[in-house]
Design a protein around this ligand. Structure first.
Ligand code: SAM
Length: 231
Protein backbone atom coordinates (compact mmCIF):
# COMPACT_ATOMS: atom_id res chain seq x y z
CA UNK A 1 0.00 0.00 0.00
CA UNK A 2 1.30 3.44 -0.92
CA UNK A 3 1.99 5.81 1.97
CA UNK A 4 0.00 9.05 1.80
CA UNK A 5 2.16 12.12 1.25
CA UNK A 6 2.63 13.93 4.57
CA UNK A 7 0.92 17.28 4.93
CA UNK A 8 3.10 20.31 4.08
CA UNK A 9 5.90 17.94 3.12
CA UNK A 10 7.72 20.38 0.84
CA UNK A 11 7.62 23.21 3.37
CA UNK A 12 8.80 20.88 6.12
CA UNK A 13 11.69 19.59 4.00
CA UNK A 14 12.65 23.16 3.12
CA UNK A 15 12.87 23.93 6.86
CA UNK A 16 15.37 21.08 7.25
CA UNK A 17 17.86 22.75 4.90
CA UNK A 18 20.57 22.91 7.59
CA UNK A 19 20.83 19.11 7.72
CA UNK A 20 19.33 18.06 4.38
CA UNK A 21 22.17 18.39 1.88
CA UNK A 22 20.37 17.21 -1.26
CA UNK A 23 16.87 16.45 -2.46
CA UNK A 24 15.63 14.65 -5.54
CA UNK A 25 17.38 13.26 -8.55
CA UNK A 26 19.64 15.44 -10.70
CA UNK A 27 18.21 13.68 -13.77
CA UNK A 28 16.02 10.76 -14.75
CA UNK A 29 18.89 8.59 -16.01
CA UNK A 30 20.60 7.47 -12.80
CA UNK A 31 23.54 5.82 -14.54
CA UNK A 32 24.26 8.98 -16.50
CA UNK A 33 23.82 11.13 -13.41
CA UNK A 34 26.19 8.99 -11.35
CA UNK A 35 28.82 9.27 -14.08
CA UNK A 36 28.55 12.96 -14.96
CA UNK A 37 26.86 14.99 -12.22
CA UNK A 38 29.07 16.11 -9.33
CA UNK A 39 28.07 17.93 -6.14
CA UNK A 40 30.67 16.34 -3.89
CA UNK A 41 30.31 17.10 -0.19
CA UNK A 42 33.26 18.76 1.50
CA UNK A 43 33.01 16.90 4.81
CA UNK A 44 35.52 19.10 6.60
CA UNK A 45 33.63 22.24 5.57
CA UNK A 46 30.24 20.70 6.36
CA UNK A 47 31.02 19.24 9.79
CA UNK A 48 33.92 21.50 10.80
CA UNK A 49 36.19 18.55 11.53
CA UNK A 50 38.00 15.66 9.85
CA UNK A 51 36.25 12.88 11.77
CA UNK A 52 35.55 9.46 10.36
CA UNK A 53 32.62 9.42 7.90
CA UNK A 54 29.90 6.77 8.23
CA UNK A 55 27.05 6.28 5.77
CA UNK A 56 23.63 4.71 6.35
CA UNK A 57 21.78 3.67 3.20
CA UNK A 58 17.98 3.50 3.53
CA UNK A 59 17.72 5.26 6.92
CA UNK A 60 13.90 5.37 7.02
CA UNK A 61 12.63 7.45 9.96
CA UNK A 62 16.20 7.91 11.21
CA UNK A 63 16.02 6.26 14.66
CA UNK A 64 19.30 4.40 14.07
CA UNK A 65 21.06 7.49 12.69
CA UNK A 66 20.07 9.64 15.68
CA UNK A 67 21.03 6.97 18.23
CA UNK A 68 24.37 6.20 16.56
CA UNK A 69 25.28 9.89 16.24
CA UNK A 70 24.52 10.47 19.93
CA UNK A 71 26.46 7.39 21.02
CA UNK A 72 29.44 8.24 18.79
CA UNK A 73 29.82 12.04 18.73
CA UNK A 74 33.25 11.68 17.08
CA UNK A 75 31.90 10.35 13.79
CA UNK A 76 30.20 12.24 10.96
CA UNK A 77 27.15 10.35 9.75
CA UNK A 78 25.48 10.79 6.37
CA UNK A 79 22.06 9.11 6.19
CA UNK A 80 20.57 8.42 2.76
CA UNK A 81 16.92 7.78 2.02
CA UNK A 82 14.95 7.68 -1.20
CA UNK A 83 11.58 8.46 0.32
CA UNK A 84 10.92 12.13 1.23
CA UNK A 85 7.93 11.13 3.33
CA UNK A 86 10.10 9.31 5.87
CA UNK A 87 13.38 11.25 5.72
CA UNK A 88 11.51 14.36 6.81
CA UNK A 89 10.81 12.71 10.19
CA UNK A 90 14.50 11.82 10.51
CA UNK A 91 15.74 15.32 9.62
CA UNK A 92 13.21 17.08 11.89
CA UNK A 93 14.22 14.86 14.79
CA UNK A 94 17.94 15.59 14.38
CA UNK A 95 17.20 19.33 14.26
CA UNK A 96 14.84 19.18 17.25
CA UNK A 97 17.35 17.24 19.35
CA UNK A 98 20.29 19.42 18.28
CA UNK A 99 22.32 16.45 17.00
CA UNK A 100 25.20 18.10 15.17
CA UNK A 101 27.00 15.17 13.49
CA UNK A 102 24.30 13.93 11.07
CA UNK A 103 23.40 15.10 7.56
CA UNK A 104 20.82 13.68 5.17
CA UNK A 105 20.66 13.00 1.46
CA UNK A 106 17.16 12.50 0.04
CA UNK A 107 18.40 10.67 -3.05
CA UNK A 108 18.45 7.15 -4.51
CA UNK A 109 21.63 5.29 -3.47
CA UNK A 110 22.34 4.76 -7.19
CA UNK A 111 23.66 8.34 -7.38
CA UNK A 112 25.74 8.39 -4.21
CA UNK A 113 28.97 8.91 -6.23
CA UNK A 114 27.58 12.31 -7.27
CA UNK A 115 27.74 13.44 -3.62
CA UNK A 116 30.23 11.29 -1.71
CA UNK A 117 33.92 11.53 -2.63
CA UNK A 118 35.60 8.22 -3.54
CA UNK A 119 37.55 6.61 -0.69
CA UNK A 120 36.05 8.91 1.96
CA UNK A 121 33.80 6.55 3.95
CA UNK A 122 34.80 4.24 6.81
CA UNK A 123 31.56 2.35 7.47
CA UNK A 124 28.36 1.75 5.49
CA UNK A 125 25.26 0.55 7.37
CA UNK A 126 22.55 -1.39 5.55
CA UNK A 127 19.74 -1.81 8.05
CA UNK A 128 16.83 -3.97 6.94
CA UNK A 129 17.12 -3.13 3.27
CA UNK A 130 14.08 -4.47 1.41
CA UNK A 131 14.93 -8.09 0.40
CA UNK A 132 13.11 -7.89 -2.99
CA UNK A 133 12.94 -11.69 -3.57
CA UNK A 134 11.56 -11.38 -7.13
CA UNK A 135 14.31 -12.18 -9.67
CA UNK A 136 13.10 -9.27 -11.82
CA UNK A 137 14.03 -6.85 -8.98
CA UNK A 138 17.44 -8.35 -8.12
CA UNK A 139 19.23 -5.28 -9.49
CA UNK A 140 17.41 -3.08 -6.96
CA UNK A 141 18.61 -5.05 -3.93
CA UNK A 142 20.98 -2.85 -1.97
CA UNK A 143 23.59 -5.65 -1.90
CA UNK A 144 23.45 -6.41 -5.64
CA UNK A 145 26.73 -6.14 -7.61
CA UNK A 146 25.97 -2.65 -8.93
CA UNK A 147 25.48 -1.26 -5.39
CA UNK A 148 28.52 -3.15 -4.08
CA UNK A 149 30.58 -1.49 -6.85
CA UNK A 150 29.38 1.91 -5.60
CA UNK A 151 30.15 1.09 -1.95
CA UNK A 152 33.59 -0.24 -2.99
CA UNK A 153 34.33 3.09 -4.65
CA UNK A 154 33.14 5.19 -1.69
CA UNK A 155 34.83 3.19 1.07
CA UNK A 156 38.42 3.85 2.05
CA UNK A 157 40.84 0.88 2.06
CA UNK A 158 39.82 -1.43 4.91
CA UNK A 159 36.39 0.21 5.20
CA UNK A 160 33.42 -2.01 5.99
CA UNK A 161 29.76 -2.71 5.41
CA UNK A 162 27.61 -3.65 8.41
CA UNK A 163 24.36 -5.29 7.34
CA UNK A 164 21.34 -6.41 9.35
CA UNK A 165 18.30 -8.20 7.97
CA UNK A 166 15.39 -10.37 9.09
CA UNK A 167 15.43 -12.29 5.78
CA UNK A 168 17.61 -15.44 5.74
CA UNK A 169 17.44 -15.82 1.90
CA UNK A 170 18.47 -12.16 1.43
CA UNK A 171 21.26 -12.68 3.96
CA UNK A 172 22.55 -15.73 2.05
CA UNK A 173 22.37 -13.79 -1.22
CA UNK A 174 24.26 -10.84 0.31
CA UNK A 175 27.06 -12.99 1.78
CA UNK A 176 27.61 -14.54 -1.64
CA UNK A 177 27.62 -11.13 -3.34
CA UNK A 178 30.17 -9.67 -0.88
CA UNK A 179 32.63 -12.48 -1.56
CA UNK A 180 32.17 -12.16 -5.34
CA UNK A 181 32.39 -8.36 -5.49
CA UNK A 182 35.53 -7.24 -3.67
CA UNK A 183 34.59 -7.75 -0.01
CA UNK A 184 35.61 -10.30 2.62
CA UNK A 185 33.00 -11.34 5.17
CA UNK A 186 34.63 -11.16 8.62
CA UNK A 187 31.68 -11.54 11.01
CA UNK A 188 28.30 -13.22 10.78
CA UNK A 189 25.51 -14.20 13.09
CA UNK A 190 22.03 -15.50 12.34
CA UNK A 191 20.75 -14.60 15.79
CA UNK A 192 22.04 -11.19 16.78
CA UNK A 193 20.20 -11.09 20.12
CA UNK A 194 22.12 -14.20 21.24
CA UNK A 195 25.47 -13.20 19.77
CA UNK A 196 28.50 -11.43 21.21
CA UNK A 197 27.41 -8.26 19.33
CA UNK A 198 24.01 -7.99 21.05
CA UNK A 199 25.27 -5.50 23.65
CA UNK A 200 26.48 -2.94 21.13
CA UNK A 201 23.45 -3.25 18.84
CA UNK A 202 21.29 -0.21 18.08
CA UNK A 203 17.77 -1.45 17.36
CA UNK A 204 16.14 0.20 14.33
CA UNK A 205 12.40 0.82 13.84
CA UNK A 206 11.99 -2.22 11.56
CA UNK A 207 14.16 -4.37 13.81
CA UNK A 208 11.96 -3.62 16.83
CA UNK A 209 8.96 -4.88 14.91
CA UNK A 210 10.71 -8.09 13.80
CA UNK A 211 12.01 -8.74 17.32
CA UNK A 212 8.49 -8.38 18.74
CA UNK A 213 7.43 -11.15 16.35
CA UNK A 214 10.31 -13.37 17.55
CA UNK A 215 12.12 -13.26 14.17
CA UNK A 216 15.90 -13.73 14.60
CA UNK A 217 18.07 -11.00 13.12
CA UNK A 218 21.02 -11.78 10.83
CA UNK A 219 24.05 -9.50 10.90
CA UNK A 220 27.23 -9.47 8.79
CA UNK A 221 30.33 -7.34 8.54
CA UNK A 222 32.14 -7.30 5.17
CA UNK A 223 35.48 -5.56 4.69
CA UNK A 224 36.59 -3.95 1.45
CA UNK A 225 39.46 -5.91 -0.11
CA UNK A 226 42.33 -4.41 -2.08
CA UNK A 227 41.83 -4.86 -5.85
CA UNK A 228 44.51 -7.55 -6.08
CA UNK A 229 42.63 -9.54 -3.39
CA UNK A 230 39.49 -9.58 -5.54
CA UNK A 231 38.46 -12.95 -6.89
C1 SAM B 1 12.64 -1.63 5.11
S1 SAM B 1 13.06 0.05 5.26
C2 SAM B 1 14.20 0.04 6.63
C3 SAM B 1 14.29 1.39 7.33
C4 SAM B 1 15.30 1.48 8.48
N1 SAM B 1 16.65 1.25 7.99
C5 SAM B 1 14.99 0.54 9.61
O1 SAM B 1 15.73 -0.45 9.78
O2 SAM B 1 14.04 0.79 10.35
C6 SAM B 1 14.16 0.25 3.85
C7 SAM B 1 14.35 1.71 3.48
O3 SAM B 1 15.30 1.76 2.42
C8 SAM B 1 14.90 2.78 1.51
N2 SAM B 1 15.49 2.49 0.18
C9 SAM B 1 15.21 1.44 -0.62
N3 SAM B 1 15.93 1.51 -1.76
C10 SAM B 1 16.68 2.64 -1.68
C11 SAM B 1 17.61 3.26 -2.56
N4 SAM B 1 17.92 2.74 -3.75
N5 SAM B 1 18.18 4.42 -2.16
C12 SAM B 1 17.88 4.96 -0.95
N6 SAM B 1 17.00 4.42 -0.08
C13 SAM B 1 16.41 3.27 -0.44
C14 SAM B 1 13.38 2.68 1.51
O4 SAM B 1 12.76 3.87 1.04
C15 SAM B 1 13.08 2.38 2.97
O5 SAM B 1 12.84 3.55 3.72
Amino acid sequence: MRMRKKRHLDERLAQCGAVLLARGKPCRNLKEAAEHYRALIDFEGEFGNRNSVHLEVGCGNGGFAAALALREPDINLVAVELCSNVIVTAAERVLREGISNVRFLNIPAEILPCYIPAGSVDVIYLNFSTPLPETSRARQRLTSPRFLAIYHELLRAGGRIVQKTDSAPFFDYSLEQYEQNGFRVVQTTRDLARSEWAGENIITEYEENFMRQGIPICRAVAVKCAREERI
